[in-house]
Design a protein around this ligand. Structure first.
Ligand code: ADE
Length: 222
């Protein structure tokens, strides 16, 4: 999958995307990330990218010209173009799964109060919000979306089952709690069931725990 990101802050994308699993996905050629610095398309000698909103209002918006010019230049016969904005549809695992099937994603990360809406009208296939809160920088949201999508590309996770057995996997519930060694630490013991070696009972225990945890933390999912 080719992932291209348009941002004013390339390092906010490139560093996380070459770290850990995202870096390995690229080393294995399962994903390629290209970062485009919007400042390169800025206007005049100050490379201006933003301006005040028509009709008044707070803050600055990204002007259309730099984004149009950048998008003109990107080769994109079959790309899906996504704009990251708190005004978008809320991102979830089903959306990550859908996007993971694309060959080519172009992510536009906003800044300031957003972008001139003509960019959305002319170019954007979907607007995505990563949650009901506002970040200063859409590049962070782009990294969240890319991480969630890239890890679903077959071969990226060592064990493809781990993408199924996790929270928001096929059960629609949160995951059961997990424990590792030592079996006792500072008087805190791992539940006996997990040490029993009885796989059938452990699976049942985990299903009960998953339900209990979901009831407590995410009653909206039950
Ligand atoms: N930019 C600022 N806040 C955002 C959010 N919640 N989701 C996506 N992009 C954003």
């Amino acid at each position: 999958m080719l992932l291209e990101v348009i941002t004013l802050f390339p390092e906010l994308i490139s560093v996380p995307m070459r770290t850990s699993m995202m870096g390995r996905a690229q080393d294995k050629a399962l994903a390629e990330v290209r970062v485009h610095d919007l400042r390169e398309k800025g206007l005049g000698k100050h490379r201006q990218v933003d301006d005040t909103p028509y009709g008044g209002g707070q803050g600055m918006l990204l002007r259309p010209e730099p984004l149009f010019e950048m998008l003109d230049e990107i080769d994109k016969p079959a790309a899906r173009i996504v704009y990251l904005t708190p005004g978008g549809k809320r991102f979830d695992q089903a959306t990550a799964q859908r996007l993971a099937k694309e060959e080519h994603l172009i992510l536009i990360s906003g800044h300031y109060e957003g972008i001139d809406h003509r960019v959305v009208e002319h170019w954007v296939d979907e607007e995505i919000s990563i949650g009901d809160y506002v970040l200063t920088n859409g590049a962070i949201a782009a990294v969240v979306v890319m991480d969630a999508v890239v890890r679903l590309i077959p071969g990226v996770l060592g064990d493809d089952l781990s993408a199924v057995e996790e929270s928001f996997g096929t059960s629609g519930l949160l995951e059961a709690p997990h424990y590792t060694k030592p079996a006792e630490y500072r008087g805190l013991r791992v539940p006996d069931m997990l040490l029993s070696g009885h796989h059938g009972n452990i699976a049942k225990w985990r299903a009960e725990q998953a339900l209990e945890r979901t009831r407590k933390n995410r009653p909206d999912l039950v």
